[in-house]
Write a protein that binds this ligand. Structure first.
Ligand SMILES: [Zn+2]
Length: 551
């Protein structure tokens, strides 16, 4: 009887993501997939007294894998911060009003926190960032930080003072990418800073509060959307401790893989040692540390992506400006050597084409890539400078971890704005990559300031198929890929990026029974994919979510 309760069959339209045609049934036993095939599986199971769950013409797919998220950053930021995103706020006065309502909740030496979207200055009516003086009009005593996407933040005068921004002007390292402190014509900070968020001395929440926020955020923005495995970019050892407790106690019901951000979480040598020696309470099937994450450059939103070609004059601090390289070839060689000697994976944030050159040259100079863990290149493919680039990507054996939601978020509208003609082509060239044998993994890169649909893999799949920008522009339509191809990037390829492709990511005998049942077959209508819902989610063969039915 015990064996039977751990066994069941799902019948429906089963998409194995192995390249094989749809199957009709999947047999699950003791948390693993035992058999995938035709309806005879269900007949035999029923005869043997095994539970058969028929989901009709609904799609049964592997659990989604999101290999690059900022869960803690998102959870803590959204719970303690004021939502100032467009379209909730449409103008800068709207933003100031929203922040003012949050002021009464600030006590002691706490900060007032707000958050807006990536490229906020382009989405808000005034087409500029708020200033230090505008934030001072809310309070010239309480420190205020308005985070705008993952890279850019506006600080008021007390916050600038507490952040000791002069140290960055004197050459101190940033947290993710090269630090920026924007100055006005008098040489005074405008309030706009970039790449220094982890260095802001904002008092931390108690770890139990952080845990509560992560638990509810994961449930709402990941589990209910079918994400059964995630890759978290951790900012501190403390963040890893919180995650360890949450996964072990099943308050977060998912498999987690951690990447230590260097230098934000710890220095390089310490980080490789920590990753190599990490053991979670629940064991490596549930939580493991896989690698380190470093930044070769910064964000496009902060004009910090290192590009081969100059930024256009209107978006450039000086003529000929090409963004800022944070780690060049020698530092990347050193990081790669450190990671490889510790047996851990290297993930490099690489936005612009000039940063891509440094990373690809470093990997290609370091010998046979197949003898080591593949290097993850986060955001590789946002912009491909030239079709010949793909040769270096293929030779290096790197895994591009790209974000189809960026087509919607910024690559469609704002990369051409920043780079002119050089930003009009090569944006997430998915068709070219697949045809040329470079298989990327898709992720959401969700963090504070993400768009509301960004963590939804079905939204990401829609982005791969529709290629429409925030403002509705079509983006290089000849680079569309199919639903089946996009689904693979959000499942099996995500698993490969995390080093788990033998365990999860497809429906094959022997793999873990992480599955999602959708509310129908969205392949019938591509436009419907974005609006499709998840009916139920299985993790290790256990149903961990079922959508409430209204009919
Ligand atoms: Zn990221």
């Amino acid at each position: 009887v015990a064996a039977q309760t751990a066994s069941f069959v799902l019948t429906g339209r089963v998409v194995p993501v192995t390249g094989a045609a749809d199957a009709q049934a999947v047999l699950i036993r003791d948390g693993r997939i035992e058999e995938v095939g035709d309806a005879s599986i269900a007949h035999r199971a029923a005869a043997a007294g095994i539970d058969v769950r028929d989901v009709g013409d609904r799609l049964v797919i592997p659990g989604f894998v999101d290999p690059h998220i900022h869960l803690q950053h998102l959870a803590v930021g959204t719970r303690r911060g004021v939502d100032c995103r467009v379209p909730t706020c449409r103008t800068i006065p709207d933003v100031l009003d929203a922040l003012r309502t949050g002021l009464s909740d600030v006590s002691g030496d706490d900060w007032l926190i707000g958050y807006g979207n990536l490229f906020f200055d382009q989405k808000v009516a005034e087409h500029r960032h708020p200033t230090r003086q505008e934030l001072d009009s809310i309070s010239d005593r309480v420190p205020i930080a308005l985070h705008l996407g993952g890279h850019t933040t506006v600080l008021n005068t007390p916050a600038l003072r507490l952040a000791r921004v002069e140290r960055f002007m004197a050459g101190a390292a940033g947290g993710w990418g090269s630090p920026v402190v924007e100055l006005d014509s008098n040489g005074e900070p405008t309030g706009l800073v970039a790449e220094i968020d982890p260095m802001l001395p904002i008092p931390e929440l108690a770890s139990e509060q952080v845990a509560d926020h992560i638990e509810s955020t994961y449930q709402e923005l990941f589990t209910q959307l079918g994400v059964t495995t995630f890759g978290e970019m951790i900012e501190s050892r403390g963040a890893a401790d919180v995650l360890n407790r949450l996964v072990a106690s099943k308050r977060v019901r998912a498999r987690g893989v951690m990447y230590a951000m260097v230098p934000a979480s710890m220095p390089l040598a310490e980080a490789t040692e920590w990753v190599a020696g990490y053991r979670s309470a629940a064991g490596p099937d549930w939580l493991r540390a896989a690698g380190i994450k470093m930044f070769a450059d910064g964000g496009y939103s902060s004009r910090n992506a290192a590009s081969r070609t100059p930024y256009v004059a209107d978006h450039s601090p000086r003529p000929g400006y090409r963004g800022r390289l944070n780690l060049g070839y020698p530092a990347l060689r050193q990081a790669l050597a450190a990671a490889r000697s510790a047996g851990v994976q290297l993930a490099v944030h690489t936005n612009g084409t000039r940063a891509q050159d440094e990373v690809l040259n470093a990997v290609n100079a370091a010998g046979d890539p197949t003898a080591h863990l593949p290097v993850r290149v986060e955001h590789l493919g946002n912009v491909m400078g030239s079709p010949e680039d793909i040769l270096a990507w293929r030779t290096a054996g790197v895994i591009p971890v790209l974000q189809p939601a960026f087509l919607y978020n910024f690559v469609g509208d704002y990369v051409p704005m920043l780079l002119g003609d050089a930003g009009m082509t090569g944006r997430l060239s998915l068709r070219t990559m697949l045809d040329e044998g470079v298989m990327p993994a898709a992720s959401s890169d969700v963090g504070l300031g993400a768009e509301s649909e960004q963590s939804n893999p079905l939204f990401g799949i829609w982005c791969c198929m529709a290629r429409r920008s925030y403002w509705g522009r079509e983006i290089e339509g000849d680079q569309r890929i199919t639903f089946a191809e996009a689904l693979r990037l959000f499942t099996l390829e995500g698993a490969r990026a995390l080093g788990m492709a033998n365990e999860i990511g497809s429906l094959e005998p022997g793999k873990r029974a992480d599955l999602v049942v959708l509310d129908g077959d969205p392949r019938r209508s591509p436009d419907q994919i974005r609006r499709s819902a998840v009916d139920s989610v299985y993790l290790d063969g256990a149903e961990i979510y079922r959508r409430a039915r209204t009919n």
